[in-house]
Design a binder for this molecule. Structure first.
Ligand SMILES: Cc1cc2nc3c(=O)[nH]c(=O)nc-3n(C[C@H](O)[C@H](O)[C@H](O)COP(=O)(O)OP(=O)(O)OC[C@H]3O[C@@H](n4cnc5c(N)ncnc54)[C@H](O)[C@@H]3O)c2cc1C
Length: 326
């Protein structure tokens, strides 16, 4: 059975001002979801993903929390324009930044708006399991801590099970490796969840690995796509992309995804997470073969029908044609 990757109208029930630059949008959305997943929202034709801050185990409504990004198109538009009663278009929830079936401690390391999926995971783990939970929440200063009151309330309700440690740059400086070492106490028997700015996550990941954490137990959610690899050398073969009635053909390049080829061809293809989770960039292969590096979004029957995630798909033959649906 093919999954539903389309867009659905969803009404905004409530808008909550969390901090000066962060708002939670409470949605009238009948979707089931797993803690840690995200929605992809379409605003004026532009797609952006936003994680749920709500928990399917404890919150009646689905909520997503959006921080203004200076100069950013969609986050600012949502803050400046959306009010209760407005309708936005969104996909169903997607993503693999989810809890495992385990009794191991959950240790979350987050920075800024990275608390959004972490809060969803933490609320769910506390309500649905016996797992101990620890959070290191890094922020610029006290006024920028999102969910400060909510976290304090959860810690009070789960004494001995939830520890929340706030790290403030204006008091403590930036998070460093010794901070991570001290926070974990060298204990790496846990599932680690990382979400925040890229340099913060890089630091946390390398500190955890240096402490001996198992790479397979470090889960990372990236809000920005990994830096685009420079294209490799041109090689024999072509990629033809059809989008909105326009057809462009470019030479294949080593290590280049179909999405990158489409951009290089001057097209503006749809994309969002660029990690193989959301299916926003899906398109159908009508000629040749495309191999995906990661596929956490398409079902086997969709792949059998020729659908690929273009952000993860590389041509595996000399001539490839890929068609984006209108
Ligand atoms: C899986 C996933 C989950 C996410 N969850 C959340 C969440 O829960 N909460 C949240 O707040 N965000 C989340 N994000 C991030 C979110 O999707 C957006 O990336 C973010 O809101 C910025 O989007 P924007 O349209 O406002 O900014 P954009 O317009 O994309 O701009 C981003 C940055 O690029 C700069 N920029 C834009 N155009 C140019 C240009 N031409 N030249 C130079 N610089 C430029 C802007 O100034 C800005 O600094 C998530 C992302 C992913 C992939």
């Amino acid at each position: 059975m093919a999954q539903d990757h389309g867009f659905h109208p969803v009404r905004i029930k409530l808008v909550i001002q969390e901090t000066a630059d962060t708002r939670t949008f409470v949605l009238d959305a009948p979707f089931s979801y797993r803690a840690g997943q995200f929605l992809t929202i379409k605003i004026c034709g532009t797609l952006r993903s936003y994680s749920m801050s709500s928990s399917p185990a404890t919150d009646a409504d689905l909520m997503t929390t959006v921080k203004r990004v200076p100069g950013g198109l969609v986050s600012n538009w949502m803050h400046d324009n959306l009010e209760p009663g407005d309708v936005i278009e969104t996909t169903r929830p997607a993503g693999a930044f989810c809890l495992r079936e385990t009794s191991a401690p959950l240790v979350a390391l987050c920075g800024g708006s990275g608390i959004t999926p972490i809060l969803s995971l933490v609320k769910t783990a506390l309500a649905a399991t016996e797992r101990p939970v620890r959070i290191l929440a890094a922020n610029r200063d006290a006024s920028s801590i999102i969910f400060a009151a909510r976290l304090a309330e959860l810690a009070e309700r789960h004494p001995g099970r939830l520890e929340v440690r706030h790290h403030l740059d204006d008091v403590d400086g930036l998070v460093t490796e010794p901070v991570i070492r001290e926070f974990t106490g060298g204990d790496t028997n846990a599932d680690f969840y990382l979400c925040g700015p890229q340099p913060f996550m890089d630091l946390c990941e390398s500190a955890l690995l240096a402490l001996g954490a198992d790479r397979g137990r470090i889960f990372i959610e990236r809000f920005t796509p990994p830096a685009e690899e420079p294209s490799g050398d041109e090689r024999e073969g072509t990629v033809t992309i059809v989008l909105n009635g326009r057809q462009e053909t470019v030479a294949q390049r080593d290590g280049e995804t179909v999405l990158q080829s489409a951009r290089r061809a001057g097209l503006s293809p749809p994309f969002s997470c660029e990690s193989g989770h959301c299916a926003t960039c899906m398109a159908r292969v009508t000629e040749g073969e495309v191999k995906m590096r990661v596929n956490d979004a398409l079902e086997d029957d969709e792949v059998a029908e020729g659908w690929v995630l273009t952000c993860q798909g590389e041509p595996a033959g000399p001539h490839v044609t890929v068609v984006y649906e209108d």
